[in-house]
Design a protein around this ligand. Structure first.
Ligand SMILES: *Cc1c(COP(=O)(O)O)cnc(C)c1O
Length: 368
């Protein structure tokens, strides 16, 4: 609150010195080649596709197990969405199924690091290199996450992060695009009206009034008010993550003992950001469905959610691409038995015990 007040009392409230400072600190944090702060992850993904030159006639591959924004942006640029089913353990895009859908029109793969667990990036990158495709990572859940010891966002390919209210680091609304300096220069122009110089530089002392519109760009810039929140959140992020891991460890220790429950995994080569704790109900072991399990938890004052309704079930996508639920069987089957438990650094030990007791109570009461 103090950081926001400081910005509000200063001479500059929109994109300016705080946004620049946030970009620089974020760059250092994930060891990125560079970073561009935007007003959402959706904006970052959209800008990224435009900066890659994707448009009508192109095909973009992604996963059905994601939030609609990951695919909506493919539609925004007029390209065709192509889905690839997920791996059964992590529910991330299955690299073994990618090459079968690559055509002469394929341009980009968008892996989504579901729940903060990094996707299988080595085989994905290998396929992309072989087939001359770009890799744009949807890292909305993956701050901070590591794949083979390296932060998600540290590579030269574009990576989009979200600072939405529910995410691991929030600016209420906001996003970040990482990538090479050269790529981000192009993305910066695209993200701000297609102007060759941004507003802050124009009004800064010694700046010039002159600019040129080189393409019909968007209005996706971050404000200094948001960046001020982001800077404080970034300094607290490591502490937030320690608390997330403590909570996850308690959930795992208890729920792994319960036959009817399947716990989320963390593969040895990754460090998950643990954005979500997704529990799966084992088929045939309970007398109630996932929906009823959620209702039982609600009766016990536990709020849960489902991440996600697979993309191919949503009417727009189902109708446009004529997708059937069984077209992506792993995503569909898992969707029907998963739910997300409360997971955030604000949970007290008593809260965590309360959640655990409620889940155990429901699992025992409805055991088959
Ligand atoms: C939240 C989310 C987004 C969109 O982020 P915004 O910052 O709200 O635009 C994109 N992809 C995934 C997987 C998300 O969960």
């Amino acid at each position: 609150m103090a950081a926001v007040s400081e910005v509000l009392r200063s001479d500059w409230i929109t994109t300016g010195p705080k946004t620049l400072e946030f970009e620089q600190e974020f760059t250092r944090f994930v060891h990125a080649p560079g970073a561009l702060a935007l007003n959402s992850c959706t904006a970052a993904l959209h800008t990224a596709l435009v900066a890659l030159g994707i448009g009508p006639g192109d095909e973009v591959i992604t996963t059905p197990m994601t939030f609609a924004a990951s695919v909506n942006v493919i539609e925004h640029v007029g390209a065709r969405s192509v889905l690839v089913d997920v791996q059964p353990d992590t529910l991330n895009i299955d690299p073994d199924r990618i090459e079968a859908v690559v055509t002469a029109k394929t341009r980009v793969i968008i892996p989504v690091h579901y729940t903060g667990h990094p996707a299988d990036m080595d085989p994905i990158t290998q396929i992309a290199n072989k087939q001359h495709l770009a890799v744009l990572e949807d890292a909305a859940h993956a701050l901070p996450a590591k794949y083979r010891g390296r932060y998600i966002g540290a590579g030269n390919n574009p990576v989009a992060f979200s600072f939405y209210a529910t995410k691991n680091l929030t600016t209420a609304e906001g996003g970040m695009l990482t990538g090479t300096q050269e790529y981000l220069e192009k993305a910066r122009v695209i993200s701000l009206h297609g102007m060759s110089r941004d507003a802050w530089k124009r009004y800064d002392k010694g700046g010039s009034w002159f600019y040129e519109v080189v393409l019909p760009g968007f209005k996706y810039n971050m404000t200094d008010i948001q960046a001020a929140i982001g800077l404080v959140q970034l300094r607290r992020l490591t502490g937030f993550q320690t608390r997330r891991r403590e909570i996850v460890a308690r959930y795992q220790a208890t729920f792994s003992q319960i036959e009817s429950l399947e716990c989320p995994v963390e593969r040895v080569e990754v460090e998950s950001a643990w954005h979500l704790y997704v529990l799966r109900l084992r088929p045939g072991m309970l007398r109630i469905s996932r929906d009823e399990f959620i209702e039982e938890l609600k009766k016990r004052n536990i709020g849960t959610s489902v991440h996600f309704i697979p993309v191919h079930l949503h009417p727009y996508y189902r109708d446009k691409y004529q997708w059937k639920p069984q077209d992506f069987p792993v995503a569909f089957e898992n969707y029907q038995r998963l739910l997300s438990l409360p997971l955030h650094p604000g949970l007290t030990d008593a809260d965590v015990r309360y959640v655990i007791e409620a889940v155990l109570d429901v699992a025992r009461a409805f055991r088959r």
